[in-house]
Write a protein of this length. Structure first.
Length: 337
């Protein structure tokens, strides 16, 4: 079996047997292609442990891949060789068995501030189809904490209405990392935007028929209105689905228009805002974990470090300086606000 055949078979296994997303398969293919480059002209299947360490360490470093970005490379290599061993493609034992992920410093994610999130929600022109679509997408990113992939893969059938205390409320069924399904409540603001979007006359003219979950007929939820390469008669169905890149571009376009810093202009910053605001309001970590779809509770705990308003209230009320008379404390009492 050639390297290319082995990689293709491995990626098929990831998708079918392990339920990994196409995005994960793309990342793993890139990693294994880079390993082929490192091993050339020899097969990656004959690599030994020291060669894999050199690839994942110094070689990738010289190629400009920082430690944090090398983690998926290591994951891809470890899983590939574990699979190759199970298929008896290796001459000896698993050379990646001892390969470790690079050690990285603890870095806090960049979140969108609440003030900038408000400005961003006012940026789309709600008098246009594009504006309604964009506002609905951002309301799901901010209001439900969805990953951008989760939003892009939504179909109309993933929006469901439930009866809550005698009132109809919307929930969304979202598929994200590892093929996991989550059923999430939709905030009223996002609910209203989605209903306006679905009822828009421009959407009614677009062919967005697709096959949904369990092979049932469905319709793509969020659509693009242009395709740079497809002729008009082929621009339908799945080809109408808005991509991750399209969402990123949309967020940046609206954010730049209202002067939001570039570091905050990515969809994941909205997801971080969701997690941070739940933590600021003392929502239990287990509840936040469930709403965000985190498998490991340690991932959710990062929002404790991001919840600055909560920390500020704590030190203002309970730190030693709050419990004693000081010259500056007396002065502050006389200052308005």
């Amino acid at each position: 079996m050639t390297d290319d055949q082995a990689i293709d078979a491995f990626l098929d296994y990831l998708g079918v047997a392990r339920g990994r997303t196409p995005r994960t398969q793309e990342v793993y293919r890139l990693a294994l292609t880079r390993l082929q480059e490192f091993m050339h002209p020899r097969s990656i299947l004959v690599a030994d442990g020291s060669e894999l360490e050199a690839f994942a360490g110094l070689w990738l470093h010289k190629k400009g891949v920082v430690a944090a970005s090398r983690k998926p490379y290591v994951s891809a290599v470890r899983m590939f060789f574990l699979w190759a061993q199970s298929k008896k493609l290796l001459v000896s034992g698993n050379p990646a068995a001892e390969l470790e992920h690079p050690k990285t410093g603890h870095r806090l994610p960049r979140t969108l501030s609440l003030a900038n999130a408000e400005r961003l929600m006012w940026a789309p022109d709600l008098g246009t189809f594009h504006g309604i679509r964009d506002a609905a997408i951002m309301s799901l990113l901010m209001g439900c904490g969805l990953r951008v992939t989760g939003v892009c893969t939504l179909n109309e059938g993933d929006l469901q209405t439930v009866d809550l205390d005698g009132k109809p409320r919307m929930v969304v069924l979202v598929e994200e990392k590892g093929g996991r399904m989550r059923r999430l409540p939709v905030p009223r603001e996002a609910d209203a935007l989605l209903r306006v979007y679905l009822g828009h006359e421009d959407l009614a003219t677009i062919d967005r028929d697709t096959v949904g979950k369990h092979g049932r007929p469905d319709r793509v939820l969020f659509v693009n209105t242009k395709h740079p390469t497809l002729p008009a008669h082929e621009h339908r169905g799945e080809a109408r689905r808005l991509t991750r890149k399209g969402v990123w571009s949309m967020v940046q376009r609206h954010g730049e228009k209202v002067g939001i810093p570039a570091a905050e202009l990515h969809p994941h910053a909205m997801r971080h805002l969701f997690g941070t605001e739940l933590t600021e309001d003392d929502v239990p970590t287990t509840t936040t974990q469930g709403l965000m779809g985190h498998v490991d509770p340690k991932t959710t705990e990062i929002y404790i470090e991001l919840s600055m308003r909560k920390k500020m209230r704590t030190v203002d009320q309970h730190a030693p300086l709050a419990k004693m008379r000081t010259p500056i404390g007396e002065f502050l009492k006389r200052v308005p606000g």
